[in-house]
Design a protein around this ligand. Structure first.
Ligand SMILES: [Zn+2]
Length: 303
């Protein structure tokens, strides 16, 4: 997603991702209109916390709101590109009804035929706006000590269709994102398998991108136990476990059980990669390339 030095649409400001997606008049109008249809947070409550503002906003939003936020931003970016390329854009109400119907179609994908026949299809989701209550204060994430990095990992597995994904993020003591990554997993038997695969890849990337000791944060007590108990693992994942343990010898690694809430960045990344309907998905952001474009790319692949 390439932005311009000065916004070509309004000419008022530098076209940062925050400006293009929330501040620029066209963007603001669509967001505010959708806020009367969906319980989106008020733009006044969204702060630009730096290049990762979008990631922060999504992490703090309720799961049910997150996908709608992404859809609105995706539409805003699409309309921005249409204008930049000199194309006419549809009226505001057309974009609003497009988003509503698209979201309902997307939700229906997860309903069974029986559920649809029973009338569980949402004809039009018009929840009353929750404004600032859509963003809930999060339980504090346990940041590592200085000169130590924290690796949050999570695996996601859907037993209904066998789809799976992994998500991981490496941060330092002042919350700087060193990298965040997600991957669709194609060979996965169950949730525990996804967790272990996420751990292995996360440690592999963390040791390659930081020289410091690693706090390995996971919300899966079973997986943490498997990699820390000093015995020969005879389970189906014995080989995977021994590969993970190898990192524990090469680098100081401190496994730490965290709550699901504290692990929700990795959880969110894992869910994204699990649910997309494409052949291959690997995503990556780091300090140099941190930008909301990766999330927009994901939602485009979603639709
Ligand atoms: Zn502008």
């Amino acid at each position: 997603m390439g932005t311009l030095a000065t916004c070509a649409l309004c000419g008022r400001d530098e076209e940062t991702s925050f400006h293009a997606l929330l501040v620029c008049p066209n963007a603001a109008r669509l967001w505010d209109s959708m806020q009367s249809v969906w319980p989106l947070p008020s733009r006044m409550d969204i702060t630009c916390t730096g290049t990762e503002w979008l990631l922060h906003m999504l992490v703090e939003a309720q799961e049910s709101i997150r996908s709608r936020i992404i859809m609105v931003l995706w539409r805003i970016w699409y309309l921005r590109n249409e204008i930049i390329h000199g194309k006419p854009i549809p009226p505001l109400d057309i974009s609003c009804s497009f988003l509503s119907s698209y979201y309902n179609s997307y939700k229906n994908i997860f309903l069974s035929v029986e559920e649809i026949l029973k009338g569980k299809t949402p004809v039009m989701e018009c929840a009353p706006p929750l404004a600032s209550s859509a963003i809930q204060p999060a339980r504090p994430w346990p940041a590592p000590a200085s000169n130590v990095v924290a690796l949050c990992v999570d695996g996601s597995y859907n037993p209904l269709d066998g789809s799976a994904g992994s998500g991981m993020i490496l941060r330092d003591d002042i919350w700087t994102v060193i990298f965040a990554s997600y991957r669709k997993l194609f060979h996965c038997n169950e949730a525990l398998d996804a967790e272990l695969q996420a751990m292995k890849e996360g440690l592999q990337l963390a040791t390659a991108h930081s020289p410091f000791p690693v706090v390995l944060q996971s919300d899966c007590a079973v997986a943490l136990k498997m990699i820390t108990i000093d015995s020969f693992d005879r389970s189906a994942y014995g080989h995977l476990v021994s590969e993970i343990r190898r990192f524990l010898f090469d680098r100081e690694v401190f496994p730490l059980k965290v709550s699901r809430e504290q692990n929700r960045v990795a959880h969110c990344l894992a869910n994204f990669s699990r649910d997309v309907e494409i052949v291959l998905l690997v995503g990556w952001i780091d300090r140099l390339h941190a930008s909301p474009c990766w999330l927009l790319k994901i939602v485009i692949l979603y639709l």
